[in-house]
Structures are given as C-alpha cells and as structure tokens.
Design a protein around this ligand. Structure first.
Ligand code: F7E
Length: 338
C-alpha cells in the first residue's frame, strides 16, 4: 500500500522540502494550506509543475484556528504519518502578538494532536505524529543543549513551543500515541522568508553588491545560533517517525556562529566589508533575546543515523549565491524594460 503523509505548513520552507523528500520515496503527500495564491504556493512550484509528483500531492484548505476543519482534513487525508509544522514561527513578531502566537503555535498543536488521536481511535490504525519543536524552548539554558536540558524560553514563541512539546509528551504517555518531538535548531535555505536573519543578510549582500549605496539595518549582532540546512533537517523528521520508539530528538550541527560571522561570510562572498554597509537599529532588538544556542545531536546521530551534510560556510554561500542570481535577474529584467 502507498504510504500517506499529512503535512501542516506544507507551503513553508520545511513543509516544501519535506514534501519533496516524501514524494521521492513514493509517498502520497497531503498538505494543509491556508491560501492558494501563487506566492503562497511558490515553495511547491517544482512539485506543482511536475505531473508525476503533482498526481501524488493533495492540498486541503484549512486553518489551525479551526478545530473542526482540522479534524476533517486529518480524516480525509487518512495518513499514517502526520507532520505538524504549521504555526507563527517568527520569534521577534511573537513579542508583538503573544496571544496569537500561543493560539497558532501552541494551541494549534493541541488541536492537531486531538484530531490525530480521534482518527486513530476511530480507524484503529496507528498514526504517527511529529511535533516541530524548536531550540527556542531552551532559551537561557547553557549551551550545548540536548534532550535532557531543561527548557527556559525567552519569548512568547518559545513558550508556545514548550506548550506544544508537553502536549505531545502527554498524548504519548496518556493515550499511547506514537508522538515525537523534534527539537530543531535553526535551519535555513533560499526558501526562508526574508524576515529571518540569514536570508535577510544574504539578500542584502547581493543587493548591495549591485547597488553599494544601499544599507542593511540589523538588531543584535552578538547572538549565536547553530545554523544548519533545512533540506538536511527534514530527513531527520522522517527518520524520527521510522524509529521503533516515540522519543524526543535534538537536531543540530553542534557548531554555533554569531550574526557577525554570518555577515563576514555573506559579504565576503560578494567582495565587500560588511562594516561599511550595516547599521544597528535599536528597533530591531528584541525585548529579550536568546544569546547562545548550540545543540548536541548525539542521540539523533547514534539512534537515527542522522548527520548534517551542510556546513555553516556552505549554507551561507548557497544562500548568498541564490540571492546574487535573483538580484542579477531582477536588474537585467529592469534594464530590458527600460
Ligand atoms: O534570528 C538576530 C536575532 O529571526 C536569529 C526561527 O526559525 O529559529 C528561528 O528563530 C538571531 C536572533 O531566528 C536581526 O535577534 C539580528 O538572535 O533568524 P532569526 P530565531 O529567532 O533564532 C528557531 C529555531 C525557530 O524555531 C524559529 O521559528 O539573529 N538578529 N538582527 C535578527 N533577526 C532577525 N530576524 N532580523 C534582524 O534584523
């Protein structure tokens, strides 16, 4: 029988890489979508334009705010694996919209879990559930962080993810659901929205290369993050659901770099000194920030056989080169239009 998976957040960075990964393994992939505009679906473009893969992709309209719609989608997808990735994922924005973040990122997970449990009980078939946890849950805890590190969130987003994490553990222990938490450290790609710092820096480096008068405004340059590639990390999600026991797993590279180092590599790639082009804007500083995240993914290495394939330098170069190509295409297009 063909394997069926349901991905909430399928149009996002991780959802689209995971969909491609599962389709390549022969799965039929169902996805929950909030909007069907071309922009909203842009990360899925390569799948949508490929008839062979498009035939195994089923999109369902729905919203995390609507428990009945969620239950209906879980029912219709009738999937053996549910990857819950949807939510409000911007940490900075969660300070301005704490309640909305708790509602989508925290309660949304509770709703999907409840829908999955009801579906499993009705059909008497196992449904495996993946909860997209985050290193933001560790917050102030000292690096390196692993599965035993106590959570100390420093943002409404981190608190919402802690709620979802514990709801997942409760569903596992109370109802015997095969429910796992993937605690993923930062993972990036050219599909990242520009509001996240890696893509923001890569875009700016490429644009400033073409127009040196432009400036880049950033917040905290000292923050350290353990940055990996999203394509590598979605494979870890899948491996967690193939494991024989439902556990919690840290996924990270084990190496941290500062925002300054990110600037060095990206601006270095375009032959510029970032110090000449960057301003620190106090408005971009968060009311509280997490200073140092570095994960210890020994458990995932040993028991899932997972390891990251992309180094920090490779990642930042890939991002910057993708933006150089985009920026050059835009400037050539503009020259033609003149
Ligand atoms: O910030 C600093 C900022 O927004 C990284 C999400 O995927 O990973 C991500 O959360 C650091 C922070 O990611 C700017 O203060 C400086 O210290 O790229 P970010 P994040 O907050 O680490 C975790 C694992 C998730 O789960 C989240 O969903 O960079 N920073 N200047 C800036 N950050 C942004 N966004 N913009 C700036 O201008």
């Amino acid at each position: 029988m063909t394997q069926r998976a349901l991905i909430t957040g399928i149009t996002g960075q991780d959802g689209s890489y995971l969909a491609e990964f599962l389709l390549a393994r022969g799965y039929t992939v169902h996805g929950l979508v909030r909007r069907r505009t071309p922009e909203a679906l842009s990360n899925l473009a390569s799948v949508l334009e490929d008839p062979a893969r498009r035939a195994r992709l089923v999109l369902h309209d729905g919203d995390l705010a609507d428990p009945l719609a969620l239950a209906r989608v879980v029912e219709r997808a009738d999937a053996g694996e549910v990857y819950h990735l949807a939510g409000q994922t911007h940490v900075g924005r969660s300070f301005a919209a704490p309640e909305a973040t708790i509602a989508t990122t925290g309660l949304g997970a509770v709703r999907v879990l409840e829908a999955v449990r009801a579906h499993r009980d009705r059909t008497r078939r196992e449904v495996r559930y993946y909860q997209a946890g985050s290193s933001e849950m560790f917050g102030a805890a000292r690096a390196p962080q692993d599965e035993r590190t106590p959570f100390a969130p420093r943002s409404p987003y981190g608190a919402a993810k802690v709620l979802a994490h514990h709801a997942t553990v409760v569903a596992r222990e109370a109802y015997g659901l095969f429910a796992v938490n993937g605690i993923l450290f930062n993972h990036e790609s050219p599909r990242r929205p520009e509001e996240f710092v890696t893509r923001k820096v890569a875009c700016a480096a490429a644009r400033i290369r073409l127009d040196p008068a432009r400036r880049l405004a950033l917040g905290n340059l000292d923050a350290r993050r353990d940055w990996g590639h999203a394509r590598d990390y979605v494979e870890a999600m899948w491996r967690m659901l193939q494991h024989d026991r439902p556990l919690d797993w840290v996924v990270a590279t084990g190496v941290a770099h500062s925002v300054r180092e990110l600037l060095e590599v990206a601006f270095g790639r375009v032959g510029l000194d970032w110090r000449d082009h960057v301003d620190v804007d106090p408005a971009l500083l968060r009311p509280l920030d997490v200073e140092d995240l570095r994960g210890d993914a020994s458990r995932a290495r040993a028991e899932l056989g997972w390891r990251p394939r992309t180094s920090f330098e490779e990642l930042v170069l890939e991002l910057t080169e993708a933006e150089l190509e985009r920026a050059q295409a835009v400037s050539v297009g503009a020259a033609h239009a003149r």
